[in-house]
Design a protein around this ligand. Structure first.
Ligand code: ZN
Length: 156
């Protein structure tokens, strides 16, 4: 289905769920900044620059993918920094000591540096915060899956 949208192209040799970018990639992902540096194919890759790839991650149970170092977790209501649980669970209820807002952990503000989920579409080798999924991509993912989608940036 992702291939039909033009997000993904051919499966990379020897890989299970890693794809080249598809023919509509540049209309599905918007690049901010005046001169984004991206290489879309091996042939056109700038010397020393890794090529953009799409990796699918499919987990049986909800996982937390989190940047290293992690951003400060904040209350979504009042923005107060929160103590991060040592073993975060997505549905774990947390109460903000500042404003009393109580929500499951996944609703707190992870500052787009982490996310809980079972299925992830990772776009590799773009600069964090330079690439933003276009509305068209988010709508296509929602239509394909029947669920809402969000995005974040994973630094490792
Ligand atoms: Zn709060």
């Amino acid at each position: 289905m992702l291939e039909d949208t033009g997000l993904t192209g051919v499966l990379k040799d020897g890989e299970e769920a890693v794809y080249a970018v598809g023919e509509h990639f540049l209309s599905l992902v918007t690049f901010l900044g005046c001169a984004p540096q991206i290489s879309l194919t091996d042939e056109a890759a700038v010397q020393g620059q890794p090529v953009c790839r799409i990796c699918l991650h499919d987990f049986d149970a909800v996982q937390l993918l989190e940047s290293q170092p992690a951003s400060t977790l904040r209350c979504a209501a009042c923005r107060t920094p929160q103590r991060r649980p040592s073993e975060p669970e997505h549905n774990q209820q947390l109460t903000c000591p500042e404003c009393g807002e109580s929500s499951p952990l996944f609703r707190f503000d992870w500052r787009r540096s982490a996310a809980f989920g079972c299925f992830f579409v990772e776009i590799e080798n773009v600069f964090p915060h330079e690439a933003v999924p276009a509305d068209r991509l988010m709508e296509a993912l929602e239509a394909l899956s029947g669920h809402g989608w969000d995005y974040f940036y994973l630094s490792r």
